[in-house]
Design a protein around this ligand. Structure first.
Ligand code: PAF
Length: 278
C-alpha cells in the first residue's frame, strides 16, 4: 500500500489504473470505514485500485465545532487500511488541497441541504460537496463508497454526481454497529464508558418512533415531539428526531420507503443515527 501526500504523485500513481474505487474519509478510522473499503475492493475487483483519502476538511466545520481537536491518527489509520485491502492512501496537507482560500464552492440545493443536518450545521454540505468534488477531480474514481450512517450526506452527494454528470457510481454502505447497537462513529471516541451505554438511547428512540408509525399512528408532529421529549428527559439536547421519505427526505407519507433520522447532543458530543424502514 502506498501513502501519497501530493496530487501530482497521486495522479502519476493512478495513471495506469482504470477501475478506481474511492473511499473519502476524515481519518480516525473504525470498522465502519474499513467495511466501506472492503466493499470498494469487492466492487472494483482484484485488478482495480482502491484509494482512501484522509483529510480533515476545514470547510465543513463551523467555527465552534471540533476541527482543531478532531483526532489525527494517520499511522494507525494506514495500518488499518492496509489490512482492509486498500492500495493507496491519499493524505494531503491542508496546503496541498487548499493552496489558496477555496473561493469556488459547490453549493447544494437548499431543499436538500438546508434541512436536518444543514439546518443545525449551516454550510456543512457546501463544505462536504466542495471537498468531495475536488477529491473526485483528483482521484477520478469510477466508484465511490459512502456510509449510510451519514444518510443525508450520501443523498446530497448522489444528487451532486447526477446533476454534475460525473461518471462515478455511488454505493451506500450499511451502518456498522457495536454488538449493543451503537452506530460506529469517529466521534464515539469522545464518549465516556457511561456515555457509550447511554448513547444507545438514540437508536432506541428512533426505533420507538418507527414502532408507533408502524402501529398506525399518523400524527407525525406528535410522534416527533414525543421522541424529542423522551431524549430531553434522559438529559440529551436533541436537534431533531424525524421520520422522512427515503427518496428526498420530505415528510413521511404512507406507502413509501421511510427513514427515521436523529441528531442529539449527549454531554458535549453530537451524535447522529438513522434507521430505514420499508
Ligand atoms: O463523511 C466524512 O467523513 C466527510 O464528510 C467526507 C465525506 C470525507 C468529506 O470530508
Amino acid at each position: 500500500m502506498q501513502v501519497i501526500h501530493t496530487t501530482r504523485e497521486l495522479r502519476d500513481a493512478l495513471a495506469p489504473q482504470r477501475q478506481r474505487g474511492f473511499v473519502p474519509t476524515m481519518g480516525n478510522l473504525h470498522e465502519g470505514h474499513l467495511a466501506l473499503v472492503k466493499q470498494a475492493r469487492e466492487r472494483v475487483g482484484p485488478a482495480g485500485t482502491v484509494v482512501a483519502s484522509i483529510f480533515v476538511n476545514r470547510l465543513q466545520f463551523a467555527p465552534h465545532e471540533d476541527f482543531d481537536t478532531y483526532p489525527r491518527t494517520l499511522a494507525r489509520d494506514c495500518a488499518l487500511l492496509q489490512g482492509a485491502g486498500c492500495d493507496i492512501v491519499f493524505a494531503p496537507s491542508e496546503q496541498e488541497l487548499y493552496p489558496e482560500p477555496q473561493g469556488y464552492k459547490v453549493v447544494p440545493p437548499a431543499e436538500l441541504a438546508d434541512i436536518l443536518e444543514g439546518q443545525f450545521r449551516p454550510g456543512f454540505f457546501t463544505g462536504v460537496c466542495t471537498v468531495v468534488h475536488k477529491l473526485f477531480n483528483i482521484v477520478q474514481p469510477t466508484l465511490a463508497v459512502f456510509g449510510k450512517k451519514d444518510y443525508q450526506q450520501l443523498m446530497v452527494l448522489r444528487r451532486m454526481v447526477a446533476q454534475m454528470a460525473l461518471p462515478i457510481e455511488i454505493h451506500g454502505g450499511e451502518t456498522r454497529r457495536s454488538d449493543e447497537g451503537l452506530a460506529l462513529s469517529s466521534r464515539n471516541g469522545y464518549l465516556s464508558e457511561a456515555e457509550k451505554q447511554e448513547a444507545l438511547r438514540l437508536s432506541r428512540t428512533l426505533q420507538a418512533l418507527i414502532a408507533r408509525w408502524q402501529a398506525g399512528e399518523r400524527d407525525l408532529a406528535a410522534l416527533e415531539a414525543d421522541a424529542m421529549q423522551s431524549l430531553r428527559e434522559a438529559g440529551w439536547a436533541p436537534d431533531y428526531l424525524t421520520l422522512r421519505r427515503q427518496r428526498d427526505l420530505g415528510p413521511a407519507v404512507d406507502g413509501q420507503p421511510l427513514v427515521a433520522l436523529g441528531a442529539a447532543r449527549l454531554g458535549t458530543t453530537r451524535l447522529i443515527d438513522n434507521l430505514e424502514l420499508s
